[in-house]
Ligand binder design. Sequence first.
Ligand code: PLP
Length: 415
Amino acid sequence: MILLRERKEMTEKFKNMETAVIHAGYDAKQHLGSLATPIFQTSTFTFDSAEQGEKRFAGEEEGFIYSRLGNPTVNALQERIAELEGAEAGLAFASGMAAVSAVLVALTKGGDHILCSQGVYGCTFGFLELLNEKYQITHDFCAMETAEQMEQLIRPETTCIYVETPINPTMKLIDLELVARVAKKHGIPVVVDNTFSSPYLQQPLQAGCDIVLHSATKYIGGHGDVIAGLAAGTKEMMHTIAMTTLKDVGGVISPFDAWLLLRGMKTLPVRMDRHCENAEYIVEQLKKHPAVKCVFYPGDQAGKDFAIMEKQMRKGGGLISFEIHGSKQQAQKLLNDLSFIKIAVSLGDAETLIQHPATMTHSGIPEQTRKQMGISDELIRLSVGLEAKQDIWEDLQQALDQLEEAETPVQSHHQ
Ligand SMILES: *Cc1c(COP(=O)(O)O)cnc(C)c1O
């Protein structure tokens, strides 16, 4: 069965990402000149004859069979993400978690071990627990600041190193080149969840990592209207995943959702530039506000990870987290006092979104582990949108001012 179409030798190589996000993976000439990628909203494909069906299944003839095994709209998307990440091949999934789980299951078997960055997306944490409970696939978290830290935890059974950078929601960075170097020495593949950066800001394969994956729900879709996932890597690895944990587990993307991503991706560089510009401005303002205890942002020159940011990212991204003076109640009050900034999980949308990790995205993690991960009750995560930066700040500022005012002398009186 042919699941992954061979990526055609591009007659035109796209030197710049701004061009690739618009053109890669789609040739209008093959589709009656349609400028937009057609949506092949079909579950199955008809064969001209029984013999043709036999050849398609035998992999002797190229062509589509059934949309779980391959679909032209989905293929265009897969080729585009491969091009953007500088990979041989790409895969699309029904959600970011479908991508995470398909990749992790493909790289492990019962008894294996995963070395994981300290702090991962809440549901990725949940999936690691599930792998442990059901299949005795264990994991260790590692700060990955030095080769020694990693080597202390690498075992003969370690078959995957899984990294998130920036780490959700603390915005700490991991040096991808360092991780790739240590992994190569031990022959272990490195998987990077690149959701927070998108390929425009960071390309993990160029740093020597092996598989990159995304919740395309976030910056790649960019408009808060689709749940989807993507992965990219070598043709061999993507083919293995396509034939097993994609095809047989079945977390495939729908043609319409693939089309939404192809559409959203066209503006990825333009949007990311604005997200970054707005975030940089908000960080500077937050740092000056007396209700704010500290701000975490990879693009902050004063931040401890700034050198890593400069090495592997184009800019600091659109996500900020910050701690306020006070407690969980004050964090909740801040969220409630906002006007157009929306209280919602997810990120990377045109709308500025704010959430409270301790009680929302990371509430499933035991309190002690959560605090070790740096997720305090006063930590707030902000996905800076595309609105005017002055308007975003004005909304935040009035809510922060209210926190300050609520802090009356009576309340802060000590016994
Ligand atoms: C949202 C997210 C996921 C999960 O993606 P879904 O599309 O919601 O399934 C995985 N990793 C990170 C970093 C995310 O932000």
